[in-house]
Design a protein around this ligand. Structure first.
Ligand SMILES: C[S@@+](CC[C@H](N)C(=O)[O-])C[C@H]1O[C@@H](n2cnc3c(N)ncnc32)[C@H](O)[C@@H]1O
Length: 280
């Protein structure tokens, strides 16, 4: 499959209209009179990855943003993590994403939370970042590389736009020792647009792009605990009023059931990685 066709398949998997309206009306229904619509209030609905805000907080602890930093979020989804980080740390975050519907939703949610100055959204591909060399202090990417066949290109582009010494923090789903994952998953309807590397392949791909790995952790035990809790809740109480179903619709249920099985049977694992652009 050529790059354009692959991108179209990926975007088709994620694309859905009306996201911002669904998120805003569901979140507003939970606010007390006079309570502000903040990135924190949106967080149960707009962080589109396993373990939601908990995972974002862990990633941000590694990112350690400074208020003067310009930060890049690669594969920013509907902008939940970008808004949350910008609001907590006072830094500027640029989010780039392939899915036009997600970018539109991110811009509406930025406006609704008063974050449009601090968070810029760009519709584009991680494989050809439309930014000059060395234009960001730090970068992060949460649960995105599973959609990327050309991982060395992805990492090389991240390295190029980072200033020397700048870090890229990632959470990646990766291939476990079990059999092929069951689909659909949150990132792919079928195996055609799912690209999972093993731990060794991930390390080699990052190194091949010229980044140095400074921290590498298998976070599967935490992910699995959360998956089991999510599945139990799904079976007893159904989807909560605020969750990623407001982004992707009721298909989230099937994604969660498959993700649980994929983790429990070792078909997928989750990784947390910090990589650095060398200083020289
Ligand atoms: C599972 S979602 C995660 C979104 C966001 N990082 C979050 O955690 O809320 C994966 C995202 O990666 C984006 N994506 C996939 N391939 C991409 C590419 N080549 N360039 C930019 N974004 C991409 C998708 O559009 C989707 O928004």
């Amino acid at each position: 499959m050529d790059q354009d066709t692959e991108s179209q398949h990926i975007e088709r998997h994620y694309a859905t209209g009306g996201i911002a309206d669904r998120v805003l009306s569901a979140v507003r229904a939970t606010l007390k009179p006079g309570e502000a619509l903040t990135p924190d209030a949106l967080a149960p609905a707009d962080h589109f990855h396993g373990r939601g805000l908990v995972a974002t907080r862990e990633m941000v602890a590694l990112l350690a943003p400074k208020s003067s930093d310009r930060i890049l979020d690669i594969g920013s989804g509907v902008g939940g993590p970008a808004r949350w980080i910008a609001s907590k740390y006072g830094c500027h975050v640029t989010g780039i994403d392939l899915t036009a519907d997600f970018c539109r939703a991110a811009e509406s949610l930025n406006a609704a939370t008063g974050m449009s100055t601090q968070v810029t959204i760009v519709h584009g591909s991680a494989l050809a970042l439309p930014f000059p060399d060395a234009s960001f202090d730090r970068a992060y990417s949460q649960n995105v590389v599973m959609n990327i066949a050309g991982k060395v290109t992805f990492y090389r582009e991240a390295c190029r736009v980072l200033k020397p010494g700048g870090i890229l923090v990632m959470s990646n789903l990766a291939r476990g020792s079990g059999s092929e994952p069951d689909y659909p998953t949150p990132w792919a309807a079928t195996a055609t647009t799912s690209f999972l590397s093993t731990i060794d392949e991930t390390k080699a791909e990052i190194a091949a792009a010229g980044l140095e790995i400074v921290a590498f952790k298998d976070t599967s035990a935490d992910a699995m605990k959360a998956q089991v809790a999510t599945l139990n809740r799904l079976q007893t109480a159904g989807l909560p009023p605020l969750s990623a179903h407001l982004i992707v619709g009721p298909r989230l249920r099937e994604y969660q059931i498959n993700s649980n099985r994929n983790f429990v049977e070792g078909r997928i694992i989750s990784l947390e990685v910090v990589a650095q652009r060398p200083v020289t």
